[in-house]
Design a protein around this ligand. Structure first.
Ligand code: PMV
Length: 338
């Protein structure tokens, strides 16, 4: 059996604008999806999801996933989860030139689904890695990141950047601009995550920003301004000591940029009352800065605070279902067992 894990991520800066060629800086966090893959003698695929929903489910199929499983979980959740697993299987079969390969797959994830923490990217990255290893055809990281991107692109009808999948594969902080993806040095930033218990619809949110941007010059300028924030943030990170404790000045400057980035995302219509409430709770508690992370609409915010004030304040915020600290995951995809 091959077992691989891959981390989720937060966007320090640049979501949505990255879709239009601006740079973005996501950072991997120590919350992982773990995928176990065993090759089968036939061409069937059997998927067991332990934590993708509160209930979990098992699905077995051969050929396409048009057959709808008879399980006690919301069909949209099963469709979403199965879409990603299925696309990962397709990429692994293509990469290993094994179109009829069958697998028993178990997915366990610590990353809430559709909440801006890159759950689907982590599942796809770990899934392709484990499946190609199970077939004796492991991929190098660049190819793995590329195949994972293609899987997300396919499932999300082309509404995907390389940011999530590259970050989850490589780990640490990365810079993505179009097809250009590079790791960057970043100190260990004190991320605090607030989760409202919900999720946003990435494709719908991306389409909303696209429409605004096409209709109004000022919306296009807002997207370009997010790009300016990212470039300023990158310069700050480049001047910082690569590892170890970030200085208070650096946190204050990064936090200010995060606040600005959140304001521009809200102007583009992708925030939500719950996200704004958590952002303000974090700022009131003394966080250096706070913003939504990912597509928005619901899900998570990320704040910078080395102390306990922000996690405590978030845990008492009505709109916050869960608050936790997240370490930067310096390691991306990882072989857990082979
Ligand atoms: O919510 P997530 O983690 O799927 O992030 C979406 C980020 C977007 O920039 C809105 C889209 C993308 O693929 O980059």
């Amino acid at each position: 059996m091959s077992v691989s894990s891959a981390p989720g991520k937060v966007y320090l800066f640049g979501e949505h604008a990255v879709v239009y060629g601006e740079p973005a800086v996501p950072a991997a966090i120590e919350r992982r999806a773990r995928v176990s893959v065993e090759s089968r003698a036939d061409d069937h695929v059997r998927v067991t999801a332990e934590d993708l929903s509160l209930d979990g489910f098992t699905v077995e199929y051969s050929g396409g996933t048009d057959e709808h499983p008879d399980v006690d979980v919301s069909p949209s959740l099963v469709d979403a989860a199965m879409g990603y697993v299925d696309a990962a299987v397709r990429q692994a079969r293509l990469a290993a030139d094994a179109p009829d390969a069958g697998f028993d797959i178990t997915v366990e994830s610590e990353i809430p689904l559709g909440a801006g923490l890159g759950s689907s990217a982590a599942v796809v990255v770990a899934g392709i890695d484990a499946a190609t290893r199970a077939l004796g055809e492991p991929l190098d990281r660049r190819e793995l990141a590329d195949r994972a991107y293609r899987a997300e692109f396919e499932v999300q009808d082309g509404q995907a950047s390389r940011a999530d999948t590259f970050c989850s594969t490589i780990g640490g902080a990365v810079r993505v601009e179009g097809d250009d993806c590079e790791p960057i040095d970043a100190p260990s930033l004190p991320f605090v995550i607030g989760f409202d218990g919900g999720a946003g619809d990435t494709a719908e949110l991306v389409a909303g920003v696209r429409a605004l941007r096409e209709e109004h010059g000022f919306a296009a300028d807002t997207v370009a301004s997010i790009g300016d924030i990212v470039r300023t943030g990158e310069d700050l990170l480049a001047d910082a000591v690569p590892s170890g404790e970030p200085s208070r000045e650096l946190l204050a400057e990064l936090g200010e940029l995060m606040n600005f980035n959140h304001g521009l995302l809200a102007a583009l219509g992708v925030s939500a009352r719950s996200l704004d409430a958590m952002v303000w709770a974090a700022r009131d508690a003394g966080a250096h800065g706070a913003k939504l992370t990912g597509a928005g609409g619901g899900g998570c915010i990320v704040a910078l605070d080395p102390g306990e004030e922000t996690p405590t304040a978030l845990s008492f915020t009505r709109d916050c279902a869960d608050a936790f600290r997240a370490e930067l995951a310096t390691e991306g995809v990882r072989v857990e067992a082979s």
